[in-house]
Design a protein around this ligand. Sequence first.
Ligand code: NAD
Ligand code: ZN
Length: 362
Amino acid sequence: MVLDMKISKNISTYTFQRGAFLSLVDLLSSKIQDSAEGVLFLVDDYFSTRPLDLPHRSSQDLVFFVPTDEEPTTEFIDTLMVRIRKELKAHPGAVVGIGGGITLDTAKAISILLTNAGKAEDYQGWDLVRVPGIYKIGIPTISGTGAESSRTCVLINKAKNIKLGMNSHYSYFDHLILDLEFSATVPRQQFFYTGMDSYIHCVESLKGRFRHALADAYSHQTLTLCREVFSSGDMMADGNRELLMVASYFGGISIANTFVGVVHPISAGLSTVLGLHHCIANCIVMNVMEEFYPQEVAEFHEFLKRQEISLPLGITRQLSVDQFEDLYQSAIIHEKPLMNAFGADYKEILTREKVISIYKRM
Ligand code: NAD
Ligand code: ZN
């Protein structure tokens, strides 16, 4: 099966080194010529109570802590934009996102909306962003989603009951700072769930119909790195955190050039209907995917055992018929990944009964 011809893009520049965060100050000085121009920092709220030495350049600098109890919604982004516009006197010289996928996606969306009029939902979809956003720097503090290297920022739209990104070349960060120091403080369970996103992205990509040699190369390398990390004695040892940081980066590139498969649409249902976060939802779905990805699910179970990680069980036990219907609807809407997994007739394989029976096993 052949998709439309796509122009690929990578992150233009990045700094990869332990302690690389310290280079932020010089990077901002070299990028922002006007010393009065401010920097808009969007920082994971984990750091609101911890020391984080942000460079201070001008009185126009603004820092917003991004809450991570809920994944970003279009409503949240629009409300944040109103606050930012009120406090900013002029466009900032740069937007800097420091945190996990929630914060990185928030930074991408804000950078885009500062130069593209309208609301967040106007740009949910493919190639709808009209002009480049503000120069943006991404600093991931946890590894796995690939949000640092992907061409999207994922937002939940509650009114439309969908989880959909702003898929655009303008969603890429302009520069990344990859510093392994950050991930040392991530709680173990979270480290596993988020790390598994890299693994799952690449399993889905490699099992898809739209795979190709370039994406495959990134996916294979991502899986190799994930296997090394999650089969080892301590997934959070320094060396492993560094490998997972690279796996996440490669996984994001792979998925920017292909599509996910069955896990992500079903997981998106759990996020939209039950409010579960992306990475834990993926793991809950992966746990019952043996029909579609048998070897990989067996390997996933090995990783869980090796790292002594447990998954919540029985999460759909109390749901009503209507809620199962909502889950089905919010999964089946993801046409592209499902076509990637099953072909154009995906609804014949993934029938309503099949999808609901999968949800019932969680
Ligand atoms: P997250 O942003 O959900 O954060 C998870 C938790 O880890 C939060 O409590 C956060 O405060 C904490 N945390 C982050 N860094 C920490 C650190 N260094 N020490 C201690 N705690 C830390 O993390 P995530 O799993 O990376 O991101 C999930 C989000 O990413 C979802 O919103 C999902 O939709 C999105 N996502 C985006 C893409 C993309 O391509 N843009 C791909 C996959 C997922
Ligand atoms: Zn994912």
